[in-house]
Write a protein that binds this ligand. Structure first.
Ligand code: MN
Length: 253
């Protein structure tokens, strides 16, 4: 089981959820929304080799937390994973568009300097602009567009740029989401929960419920559930290997 975009630290009892992930054998990318939460969130992954903690600065918080970019820069050497980062073009965050762009640009530049990070990106109503920013810094690493909700045209561009995608139960509730998933290359997809933001009835979805999308992926791609399960694990392994390759390429003179 793979949950490649989860806000472990935002569950009411994060330690219990992390321990449940360990006992269920879930691979988790535990994303953060601010650099100042990274150290505490990393502690949740202690003794849990399948939980990786990403260093993030969420676009919805960019206007309040841009001063934490210096901390982001200090912490980047400690992790191969970056997220949640990106842009949010929704009406509530439009007023902060310029600062969001400034923050994302700086983060990508920092990632470009160290090279080869695995980046979980928020692209709500902003896919074109995020892809523009990514295209400037190809050595920043491997972008994984989480809960992609752009157009088919934007999807095609993202694929041509080498982006990966993490797909969760929230995304597959919409017809547009299903149509997008059907066009995603199966060798560049991982599952995610986006918990605790995604709800299942009256409660937050659990990280291991990211596995609920596997049968839907199987339908979209006309494959068996076990084929898709094996595919996802292979993808996870390839992603790690590609990141290491990118790091060694970037560090060559
Ligand atoms: Mn998220």
């Amino acid at each position: 089981m793979i949950d490649f975009h989860c806000h472990l630290d935002l569950y009411p009892k994060p330690h219990d959820v992390a321990q449940d992930c360990v006992s269920r054998g879930v691979y988790v990318l535990s994303v953060t929304t601010t650099p100042s939460s990274w150290v505490g969130t990393s502690a949740l992954a202690k003794g849990a080799p399948r939980i990786r903690t990403a260093l993030g600065l969420h676009p919805q918080l960019a206007h309040e937390r841009h001063s934490e970019l210096a901390l982001f820069e200090r912490l980047i050497e400690q992790t191969d994973y970056v997220g949640e980062i990106g842009l949010d073009g929704g009406p509530e965050y439009r007023a902060h568009w310029d600062v969001q762009c400034r923050v994302l640009r700086r983060i990508l530049a920092i990632c470009g300097e160290v090279g080869g990070r695995i980046m979980s990106l928020h692209t709500r109503r902003s896919a074109g602009a995020v892809l523009d920013e990514l295209s400037v810094v190809p050595l920043a690493g491997t972008p994984i567009l989480h809960w992609f909700s752009g157009t088919q045209r934007e999807l095609a561009r993202a694929i041509s740029m080498g982006c990966w995608f993490s797909v969760g139960p929230g995304m597959l509730r919409s017809e547009n989401g299903m149509k997008l998933v059907a066009r995603m290359p199966p060798d560049r997809v991982l599952t995610e929960s986006d918990g605790p933001f995604v709800r299942q009835g009256s409660r937050a979805v659990w990280p291991w419920e990211a596995a609920d999308v596997v049968p839907m992926l199987a339908t979209c791609w006309d494959q068996s559930v076990s084929e898709v399960g094996a595919r996802l694990l292979t993808n996870l392994r390839c992603l790690g290997e590609s990141a290491h390759r990118a790091v060694s390429t970037a560090s060559q003179p």
